[in-house]
Write a protein that binds this ligand. Structure first.
Ligand code: HEM
Length: 456
């Protein structure tokens, strides 16, 4: 019997896992703890032998997904970019077996990702897009003490020999109430995964075939996605879209003030942009007023669909959450929504949300979110979401409107809020979260990590 802890919801499940949890990295399935503390460490491989030695030292400390439902703990995960796999001297045949988008790298996929204008790689923070990010190690923890110990373990493996250099470290986490930089509770909506050993939470929908998220298993079409070769390199691995956002809190607060007269109206507008109140309570279940207890309750806070809200009068058709998971909403462009689900590990960094931060300078105070978007076809999933569901609105019947939270907004962008008798069109939508970097990473299984480390 399995009981999920905080963050994933408290529940029991009779299912036995059918996935090879001992070989899959914990980060793929384990939910972010609550509260959470952590660090992203980015490294460059300076020579082949040194890089392999680092992986040899690190791999015993990378946690498996066995018992992933015990959310409260500390663990390390690792991903490797294509440039990293080259620097580690993978055989040519293996390198060529990776998908083209992964080989090109995130910066080169700007057109497909719509990472243009202020989101373009020319504006990214070091070391993103330089070709020097070879290995990314992330430490997650539920206490500050365990976090420090876990990061120290990761660092120790890189110290004392030449071969790898730490080129960037970023701490994250532990906002009061685990709120994101705009003050919203996040990390709620996640796909349930077949064979992972835990039944879906109420409203989570049916479990999605594991092959959508982990290589080597059948996906929603009944077939497994192609794996990097040899099979033992690909199986139980997955891909990660790693993205750094800077949250422009001053711009966001000024937008709320300009378009809503009272604090209550501002909260409602903030809820309409996302589809949930900042407490996490979904607008579908709490359309008129916030319900913080509902927001906290993982048995209830995801238990809804859009069948009674076809016109978007409760949850706007173009809001962030309805775009990112339209559930059973009728779409203008037919697609199977279960082919576009993604696992998210959002990690908030910087100062907590400040509702009184209004100046332009506040936009540049370092704070935002590093995301790990995980899927067995992460590049295709992310590129689809960015291109079709975030930076366009036709699929949802809202024309050229873009996702108000994460879209790259043109001048004069608007956001429609359906209501009777006439819809409200809100002006002044800006690019509230600016992309400041990103990399495509391959997250190998534990056995594949050892295989890479032992290449000669
Ligand atoms: C800094 C940028 C972003 C912010 C501030 C943000 C914020 C949020 C918030 C507040 C929620 C609702 C709570 C929850 O379900 O966790 C949410 C849900 C979600 N977001 Fe984002 N998000 C960001 C970027 C993205 C991007 C780039 C993607 C996809 C590529 C994405 C995909 C999703 C998904 C799939 C959901 C869950 C929808 C559901 O299952 O109903 N988000 N996000």
């Amino acid at each position: 019997m399995v009981t999920l802890e905080k963050g994933a919801g408290e529940r029991e499940s009779p299912s036995s896992p059918t996935l090879d949890l001992d070989d899959i990295q914990a980060t793929v399935l384990r939910y972010r703890p609550e509260p959470y503390f952590g660090t992203h460490v980015l490294l460059r491989v300076d020579d082949v032998q040194g890089g392999r030695e680092f992986l040899r030292r690190l791999s015993p400390h990378i946690d498996s997904a066995a018992g992933w439902w015990n959310a409260g703990d500390a663990w390390l995960g690792v991903g490797i970019s294509y440039a990293g796999l080259e620097a580690l001297g993978l055989p040519d045949g293996s390198l060529q077996s990776f998908p083209e988008a992964f080989r090109a790298g995130m910066a080169a996929r700007a057109e497909q990702l719509r990472d243009l204008g202020e989101n373009a790689s020319g504006n990214w923070d070091f070391p993103f897009g330089t070709g020097h990010v070879h290995i990314g190690v992330t430490a997650f923890s539920d206490t500050a003490a365990k976090w420090r110990r876990t990061v120290a373990v990761a660092r120790e493996q890189a110290i004392g020999f030449s071969g790898v250099t730490i080129i960037h470290m970023q701490d994250f986490g532990a906002q009061p109430g685990s709120l994101n930089p705009f003050g919203y509770k996040d990390g709620i909506g996640q796909p349930a995964i077949e064979g992972s050993g835990v039944d879906p939470l109420p409203g989570q929908g049916r479990a999605i075939k594991a092959g959508e998220f982990i290589l080597g298993y059948p996906g929603e079409t009944g077939f497994a996605y192609p794996m990097p070769q040899p099979d033992m390199l690909g199986r139980n691995g997955t891909y990660v879209g790693f993205r750094k956002y800077q949250s422009r809190v001053g711009t966001f607060n000024r937008f709320l003030q300009a378009n809503a007269g009272t604090p209550e109206e501002r909260e409602l507008l903030a809820a309409k942009l996302v589809g949930r109140w900042r407490s996490g309570a979904p607008l579908t279940l709490a359309p008129g007023a916030d319900d913080p207890l509902l927001g906290e309750d993982s048995q209830r806070n995801n238990d809804f669909d859009y069948s009674t809200d076809a016109r978007g009068r409760q949850v706007p058709l173009g809001c962030h959450m309805r775009r990112m998971n339209p559930r059973n909403a009728r779409l203008a462009q037919l697609t199977d929504v279960n082919l576009h689900r993604i696992i998210r590990r959002g990690t908030t960094y910087g100062a907590p949300y400040d509702p009184d931060a209004l100046s332009e300078e506040e936009d540049e105070v370092p704070r935002g979110v590093y995301f790990l978007f995980i899927s067995a076809k992460a590049m295709a999933t992310l590129e689809f979401l960015q291109g079709e569901w975030i930076n366009d609105g036709n699929f949802a019947g809202v024309g050229d409107e873009r996702d108000p939270m994460v879209g790259l907004q043109p001048d004069g962008a608007v956001f429609s809020i359906p209501q009777a008798p006439v819809r409200r069109r809100i002006h002044g939508i800006d690019t509230f979260n600016v992309l400041r970097g990103g990399e495509y990473l391959f997250m190998p299984s534990l056995s594949a990590l050892k295989w890479i480390a032992s290449l000669s």
